[in-house]
Design a protein around this ligand. Structure first.
Ligand code: COA
Length: 629
């Protein structure tokens, strides 16, 4: 249910950010600066209605039997003749009067109005390559270097010297980069809010939060001369936190793992107390959160899968789920055995911006050794106090139980497919992303003998304030290939042709999507504009085909890093998989998640089916080198 239409965008406490987000025309931004091309980026278009409806029918086709499909064709025809054009016109009017007709809606519809816990369901984890340090002393040294890298990156952001991203040679909107640090989600009921303190805020944050043993600290990271603390000074601050936090703290962080309205209610009670309010505001205003964990939970299986799970959900109340603040946009996680990662709250940014920051910081860490520089002493870490009443205590107990169930239910696997990577796929003159998507289709078809609705994230950052649209990866062409692949009556040459057609069709859908010609956000816009105008929900959205084609059994996303890292997230439906991949030249790194509670899914089985599919597709191409489209 979409509430609070026409409300203002989330709270942004700086003129620069206001200007960026509200699209006010700027002062001149010097060439080469992060926002130098921002205002020449096009506005997100509203695609032609007829085009969207045709594509919609095409993507429903492999999911429906003949009779269902015929019914859906009739429903779509009625929409095209009836309310469709009226709603489309209203959407075009909205597009004319806003910088981006979708972005504000999207922030609420996809994030702030969503009531499920952010953990597993919304906030991704990023598993970074295992580091060589071992033991707590080295953990703190490494974390200090990492924090110094984050602060260095922040300086670059503030100076606007982060280069403009491109996709297919075209510049992208950079606003997301400005909403990663100094940012936090705030729980509410019926809707959350979000705060982000911009680089030109007169009272901009000078502190981070460190959480150790469930104790939350506020740590100043700038000297009295306004310089970032040195690595040595930061390491000393972390050691101070560890010694001050020797006794376990009250696990208030667990509250951030809860269903959002439940947490919102506890929050509104907590902030009636001045001490709590000040501590919570301290977290909301900090640059980021640093989580200092202990060793991985014993006997939990493969260490990489376990470490990735701990990064995604903390491992449960007896592990590190309370050693977090999941509302914080960026929290970096360090374990004493070299496992490092981060968890981010998704309201304001997608994986590529976050990975951009990680890649920068890992480069920084590789380059910089602690020097014995000293500066004027900064303050010592402050333990954030909380007054916990019975209601809050009871909520913490409930939160503990809920996160334990959620952590136990998630089956997360990291697949390091070493037989080939994107170089081989490019040599075949095929798009690596599309190829991997078709491998997902084959892996799924082999397990279930049917096609399923599949979501791939497509970037809309070619447009001002652009976020994402859906690339519907299951197509008529992909289904034709997956059905033929294991059919011994189909000759090899024909299979290659079908594979290439499927890949080409996917790449075409991708190009359309990233150029603002996708269908899902357009359909969403038509639905929301009907609601905003007090009109009935059009039949096209209550038709079972709409539900089926948006029940994404495969929720997928490419997040590429130059490092051997992987992003991971939970499935978006109970009987689904979450798949995220980082294609390297010689290797494909893929995270696979599912729920143990579903009798239909199993990440290990999917992983095997996917590996086999990738191998078989390679063999097929290698054995028919002359086959053409
Ligand atoms: N022959 C040879 N090479 C090809 C090729 C072909 N037919 N098609 C593509 N390539 C090359 C490309 O030129 C590119 O080369 P590069 O590595 O030198 O840049 C490379 O292969 C990758 O292209 P491709 O695999 O087609 O994908 P892409 O980089 O265009 O990305 C998406 C596709 C969908 C991932 C991208 O458009 C996107 O939207 N990314 C954002 C996803 C996102 O936001 N995720 C976060 C969710 S939290």
């Amino acid at each position: 249910m979409f509430r609070h239409l026409n409300r203002p965008v989330h709270q942004i406490t700086s003129a620069i950010s206001k200007m960026i987000v509200e699209g006010q025309q700027p002062r001149i931004v010097p060439k080469g600066r992060t926002f130098s091309v921002q205002y020449s980026l096009p506005k997100l278009p509203v695609p032609p209605l007829e085009q969207t409806l045709k594509k919609y029918l095409d993507t429903c086709r492999p999911l429906l039997d003949d009779e269902q499909y015929k019914r859906t064709q009739e429903v779509v025809a009625r929409f095209k003749q009836g309310e469709g054009p009226v709603l489309h016109k209203l959407l075009e009017q909205r597009a004319q009067s806003t910088v981006n007709w979708l972005s504000d809606w999207w922030k609420y519809w996809a994030y702030l109005d969503v009531r499920v816990p952010v953990v597993v369901n919304v906030s991704p984890g990023i598993f970074l390559p295992r580091q060589t340090y071992r033991g707590q002393a080295e953990q703190l040294e490494f974390a200090a270097k990492f924090i110094a890298g984050v602060l260095d990156y922040k300086t670059k952001l503030d100076e606007q010297s982060i280069p403009v991203d491109t996709l297919g040679g075209k510049p992208l909107c950079m606003v997301q980069y400005y909403q990663l640090l100094n940012a936090c989600r705030i729980p509410g009921n019926p809707s959350d809010s979000h705060v982000c303190i911009g680089p030109d805020d007169p009272n901009k944050p000078r502190h981070i939060n460190v959480v150790y043993n469930n104790n939350l600290f506020s740590v100043e990271v700038y000297s009295n001369e306004d310089k970032p603390l040195s690595i040595c000074q930061l390491a000393q601050q972390l050691r101070n936190c560890v010694s001050k936090g020797a006794a376990p703290g009250v696990p208030v962080g667990i509250l951030t793992t809860m269903e959002r309205s439940a947490w919102g209610q506890v929050y509104s009670d907590m902030i009636t107390d001045k001490t709590n309010r000040e501590s919570l505001e301290n977290i909301q205003r900090s640059i980021c959160v640093i989580c200092l964990d202990g060793p991985l939970p014993a006997g939990a299986g493969d260490p990489v899968d376990t470490a990735a799970s701990v990064i995604l959900h903390g491992g449960g109340s007896r592990a590190y789920s309370a050693n977090r603040w999941y509302d914080k946009t960026m929290q970096f996680i360090f374990n004493p055995d070299g496992y490092v990662g981060l968890n981010y709250e998704h309201t304001t940014a997608e994986g590529p911006a976050v990975i951009g920051l990680c890649d920068y910081v890992l480069d920084y860490v590789g380059r910089n050794q602690p020097s014995r520089t000293t500066g004027s002493e900064s303050t010592t870490p402050q333990l954030l106090p909380f007054n916990i009443n019975n209601n809050t205590q009871e909520a913490i107990s409930r939160g503990n139980q809920e996160i334990d169930l959620a952590a136990k239910d998630l089956m997360l696997r990291g697949l390091f497919f070493n037989n080939y990577g994107k170089s081989f796929i490019k040599e075949q003159k095929l798009s690596p992303d599309a190829y991997i998507q078709i491998a997902f289709q084959l892996a799924y078809y082999r397990l279930y003998k049917k096609a399923c609705a599949t979501y791939e994230t497509g970037s809309l950052r070619r447009f001002q304030l652009g976020r994402t649209d859906t690339i519907r990866s299951c197509s008529i062409a992909s289904h034709a290939f997956t059905k033929a692949m294991d059919d011994s009556s189909v000759p090899g040459n024909k299979k290659v042709t079908l594979l290439k057609e499927a890949i080409q069709s996917h790449r075409k859908y991708t190009d359309d999507t990233i150029n603002g010609q996708g269908i899902d956000r357009h359909l969403l816009g038509l639905r929301l504009i009907a609601q905003e105008n007090g009109l009935e929900v059009p039949e096209i959205f209550t038709d079972p085909a709409y539900k089926k084609s948006t029940h994404y059994n495969l929720s997928t996303s490419q997040v590429a890093s130059k490092y051997k890292a992987f992003l991971c997230f939970g499935p978006v439906v109970p009987d689904g998989y979450g798949l995220c991949y980082n294609p390297q030249d010689d290797q494909l790194i893929i995270s696979i998640s599912s729920f143990h509670s579903s009798p239909h899914t199993n990440s290990d089985l999917f992983s095997s089916s996917l590996s086999q599919s990738l191998l078989d597709m390679q063999t097929l191409l290698a054995s028919h080198p002359q086959a053409k489209l």
